[in-house]
Design a protein around this ligand. Structure first.
Ligand SMILES: [Zn+2]
Length: 392
């Protein structure tokens, strides 16, 4: 349980923050058709089925209650407060992707645990988000940049929303196929390759393994481009693709011939045992790591709720941020640009925390130290549950 003094301090600060915002910057499109859900400090969605008639009404609620978590439906409904779900009258849903640093299974997470977020976590999940948009959504699905909205979640990930007329009415099954394609789970690499018989004096004499070329679209082209690119970089990059060291070495030594072959669709230079496993591993490494077991269904669940863009996050005190484009995402630094409380200080007792940077200043590492810190830093540590308020 969070210290009740911290809980009421945070709710008060959150309310004041919302008071200063324009209602139109808080409310999602079609606010009156969205279902809202609110969380407390223990549960991200404690209650739902809430509706607001206007942006102003939503703002008023946030100012009065300062909720730690504000969630809004990706769907629009005729009656967003109707229950059960079937009574709401589903009109359509955005297509959403939930990318979270913990799904990347980074080595740093073994060191700092799931609750903490470091620079590596933040930069890796940003790269993954750019890859989703630039390597999949735009080239393979033909979405245009203006259909895509990116939101910083307020903690350690990004939510990507895709919205156009074709997507809006798409059924769950079609959404699942998109998710499977992007996460590589719907891809059978074996189907991308075939044996081409070569004839000599009118008789079949041998077979050559053929496959995709770098100019092909979809997964075939992605594999070919990925392998050619990695061959040009080095053994380490090949290993990052999921290729075992021994094979990475062999491929790299023969790279000129291998690259030349792939450029014309001839993959015969790559004589690898257990090919099926090999390619599955490579596909898995090139796929987008979307949220695991619990959230894998985010994309195909047409009733899912996500953190309201631009709302505050109760585990960090940081603000979610709506980012207009990939180039805006590139420039975005969460520990600077998502800081909501830029004035004041607060004395806290920091129990244990790794070094981190916020507002351009390095803090920590801490080990049981009482310190007066900038308000945003103190809130971050309190809400990450690595600091407490002093006892008087
Ligand atoms: Zn990390």
């Amino acid at each position: 349980m969070l210290d009740p003094r911290v809980a009421s301090l945070v709710k008060g600060l959150f309310g004041e923050h919302y008071k200063k915002m324009n209602a139109s910057d808080i409310a999602p499109k079609a606010v009156e058709k969205r279902e809202f859900g609110f969380g407390d400090f223990e549960k991200k969605i404690a209650f739902r089925h809430v509706a607001f008639k206007s942006a102003e009404e939503l703002k008023r609620y946030l100012v009065e209650n300062g909720p730690p978590f504000v969630n809004a439906s990706a769907a629009e409904y005729e009656r967003p407060d109707g229950r059960p779900m079937e009574a709401k009258g589903w009109i359509g849903s955005e297509l959403i992707f939930d990318l979270d640093a913990t799904d990347l299974k980074l080595p740093c997470q073994q060191v700092h645990g799931r609750q903490w977020v470091c620079d590596i976590c933040l930069s890796s999940i940003k790269k993954e988000t750019v890859r989703l948009i630039e390597d999949f959504l735009i080239p393979d699905f033909g979405f245009s940049a203006s259909d895509i909205e990116i939101n910083f979640s307020g903690n350690r990930g990004y939510h990507v929303h895709v919205m156009n007329d074709d997507i809006f009415r798409l059924a769950s099954s079609a959404r699942r196929q998109i998710s499977e394609y992007i996460t590589g789970s719907g891809i059978d690499p074996e189907k991308l390759f075939w044996l081409l018989p070569v004839e000599k004096e009118g008789r079949k004499s041998f077979e050559v393994l053929h496959g995709p070329t770098p100019s092909d679209g979809g997964w075939g082209g992605r594999l070919a481009k990925g392998l050619v690119g990695a061959l040009g970089t080095g053994i380490g990059t090949l290993e990052e693709m999921g290729i075992e060291r021994e094979w990475a070495g062999k491929l790299f030594r023969n790279r000129t011939a291998v690259m030349l072959g792939i450029s014309s669709g001839n993959w015969d230079m790559i004589k690898i045992p257990k090919k099926e496993e090999f390619w599955k591993r490579v596909v898995k490494n090139m796929a987008i790591k979307q949220s695991d077991s619990i959230d894998r269904n985010v994309t195909n669940d047409t009733q899912h709720m996500l953190r309201l863009p631009n709302s505050l996050h109760g585990d960090t005190g940081l603000s979610g941020k709506r980012l207009g484009s990939v180039s805006e995402l590139d420039r975005f630094d969460p520990m600077e640009d998502a800081v909501a409380f830029r004035n004041g200080t607060l004395e806290v007792m920091v129990q244990k925390a790794q070094k981190f940077t916020m507002l351009g200043t390095e803090f920590g590492p801490y080990d049981n130290r009482k310190e007066e810190l900038p308000l945003s830093v103190a809130l971050y540590l309190l809400l990450k549950r690595v600091a407490v308020l002093p006892n008087q």
